[in-house]
Ligand binder design. Structure first.
Ligand code: AGP
Length: 611
């Protein structure tokens, strides 16, 4: 996944473009580049810092300011992350510049034909073929717009594109197919980006493009059309985010900031969605499919990574509250296994970014088979959000850190609301509904109490910072948390961590336990507490250190575990929300204590929009 950002207006484009890229660095950061008409192209391996240094060395700042330009941050898919492969890419004439987020699937055949027609290539990327194809249109006298359209008609694959033509410096053409593109509509200036975050400082008026859209953008105008020569209207929306949400706000890392946003995130997930007196949930985004939902007799939840683990909790929550059978599938498996979908099956895509390709394609496969497609998505206007039949936004605000923290809490909360929503129109009593609503409404203040343990958790993380392996165990509601806790640790600290059902320990994992192999046992006072305690005893008998996440006031577990992280007592099905915060803080402090780049872990990107 890459970051694209463009400007056209009256101001000096350079500082705006560089600032915009820096707000997009979570989307990809192994190489970067910028082109402004009237100045030389500047590209570098590395991220914005390296690009700034390269620009000052290139001397282009000495020339007159340019009032438009395109910029790009790369997460390599085709070709190594090198300066040569950094975007924008240029044609043979040096007039056409292309920055691209996505994958051109038929680029090899296009490139072979271009090479046969005498074009010379400077990079190994798929993107460069687009620059040469546009060049060919211009060479035979087509307009800039027609040359772009003609090119895109030859292309198969995904793209979020920015195209600049040196001979029409005020115009930028952008196009969207499978990778997000949003326009920022200013006063005498316009912006184009992969998402709204770098636009918000300049304008809150945005236009989300759909797949197949092409937009011709100048300082004072934008026009949207399709590949089929249709002119279309895309509505302008006003976002209520401000850029401070996307800035670190004084925390050392976005991840810690986002963990500490938990109370507000939980409130936002529930805001306007509970009827406390009746113990009901009100999910406006599902109203349009309310009739179909009444007939639903099976739900398949699809997601990737942390979103998948939220889905596992969704299975327990919805079955427990609504009595509807739920299965949870890895999106990357579901999309290929020719699943059986009944006429009353709903497929629910859980995705923070709303752009994860495997989850998007799993949802599209479900739609093709006639399922009711639903989404729980954070990114407003994202592809999954726009392609599902209905859904619920998380309203968690932008999640910048690659590791998902606040989004996970929001996903679990919305899944609990969905269970309540479905349950109260099925078998769930008003009394049970009111009990759940009251517990949900207490969550933000309980989350504050877990956050207050941050320093104590940091001390424990420091104690175990040299451990090479961790086992995470949990039962029932805490089983998905064992999996989620493990991924949180490994993705930001690069330390091996394995999550498993506590009941599974005897079937293999316990063989690994010795004094150098700590276990994180998620053991709140719940209906399976005694079982989990016996697992802890088995580990201690083999001298394995145990860090227990326990319920406040549980003195018994103090004798068993070496270290304790306490969480407040809460309705059993909501304990994952609190243990998640503890697990996120443990992972964060252990990784930050190693001096690692917590927000941008190696090899990872925030949203995986490629296979
Ligand atoms: C979570 O910490 C990971 N960064 C990753 O597993 C992520 O949850 C997964 O890629 C799904 O992303 P999505 O929610 O944007 O679809």
């Amino acid at each position: 996944m890459c970051g694209i950002f463009a400007y056209t207006g009256e101001k000096d484009a350079e500082p705006l473009l560089l600032e915009g890229l820096s707000l997009l660095e979570y989307r990809g950061y192994d190489s970067a580049g910028i082109f402004m008409p009237g100045k030389n192209l500047v590209k570098t391996s590395g991220a914005v810092t390296e690009l700034r240094a390269k620009i000052s060395k290139s001397g282009i700042e000495a020339s007159a300011p340019s009032h438009s330009g395109i910029a790009h941050l790369r997460w390599a898919t085709h070709g190594e992350p090198t300066e040569k492969n950094a975007h924008p890419h240029v044609d043979c004439t040096g007039d056409v510049y292309v920055a691209h987020n996505g994958i051109i699937e038929n680029f090899r055949e296009l490139k072979e034909a271009l090479l046969k027609r005498g074009h010379t290539f400077k990079s190994e990327t798929d993107t460069e073929t687009l620059a040469h194809l546009i060049e060919e249109g211009l060479t035979v006298g087509k307009s800039f717009e027609e040359s772009v359209v003609e090119t895109l008609r030859q292309v198969r694959g995904t793209y979020g594109l920015l195209i600049s033509y040196a001979k029409e410096p005020d115009t930028i053409i952008t196009a969207r197919m499978g990778s997000p593109v949003v326009l920022g509509i200013g006063n005498g200036e316009n912006f184009i980006a992969s998402d709204a975050t770098p636009i918000l400082k300049h304008t809150k008026d945005v236009v989300f493009l759909n797949d197949g859209d092409i937009a011709i953008v100048t300082a004072n105008s934008y026009r949207v059309r399709t590949l089929k020569d249709e002119s279309i209207e895309r509505p302008k929306e006003t976002l209520d985010w401000d850029v401070s949400e996307a800035s670190r706000g004084g925390y050392p890392h976005f991840m810690l900031k986002e963990i500490f946003e938990a109370p507000e995130v939980l409130r936002n997930a529930m805001r306007g969605r509970v009827i406390a007196s009746e113990g009901k949930a009100k999910l406006g985004g599902l109203e349009s499919v309310a009739k179909r939902l009444e007939k639903i007799d099976r739900i398949i939840i699809v997601g990737c990574g942390t979103a998948y683990y939220a889905g596992l909790l969704g299975e327990y929550l919805i079955e427990n509250l609504a009595g509807v059978p739920v299965e949870v599938e890895l999106a990357s498996e579901f999309r290929y296994r020719d699943a059986v979908i009944g006429k009353n099956t709903a497929v629910l895509a859980v995705s923070q970014s709303g752009e994860t390709l495997d989850t998007l394609e799993a949802m599209r496969e479900a739609k093709r088979k006639g399922a009711l497609s639903l989404g729980i998505v954070n990114a407003v206007g994202s592809t999954i959000a726009r392609e599902t039949d209905a859904g619920v936004y998380n309203h968690a605000g932008p999640e910048i850190s690659v590791a998902s923290t606040k989004a996970f809490l929001s996903q679990v909360t919305v899944l609990a609301l969905l269970g309540l929503f479905l349950g109260r129109s099925r078998k769930l009593s008003e009394k049970k509904g009111i009990e759940l609503v009251e517990a949900l409404e207490k969550l933000p203040e309980l989350a504050e109490k877990v956050l207050a343990e941050s320093d104590a958790i940091k001390a424990i993380a420091t104690k175990y910072r040299t451990a090479r392996d961790f086992l995470y165990i949990g039962r029932k509601w805490s089983y998905p948390m064992a999996l989620e806790g493990a991924i949180k640790l490994k993705e930001i600290s690069y330390v091996h961590a394995e999550g498993t059902g506590a009941g599974e320990m005897k079937h293999g994992p316990i063989a690994m336990i010795d004094e150098s192999f700590p276990t994180l046992a998620i053991a709140p006072k719940d209906s399976v507490y005694e079982k989990t305690v016996s697992n802890i005893l088995e580990i201690r008998a083999r001298k394995g250190p145990v860090i227990a996440i326990a319920t406040e006031g549980d003195t018994r577990i103090e004798e068993l575990a070496e270290d304790l992280i306490y969480i407040p007592d809460v309705l059993e099905c909501l304990s994952p929300v609190l243990s998640a915060i503890a697990l996120q803080l443990f992972a964060y402090h252990l990784a930050a204590g190693k001096g690692l780049n917590v927000d941008k872990p190696r090899n990872l990107a925030k949203s995986v929009t490629v296979e």
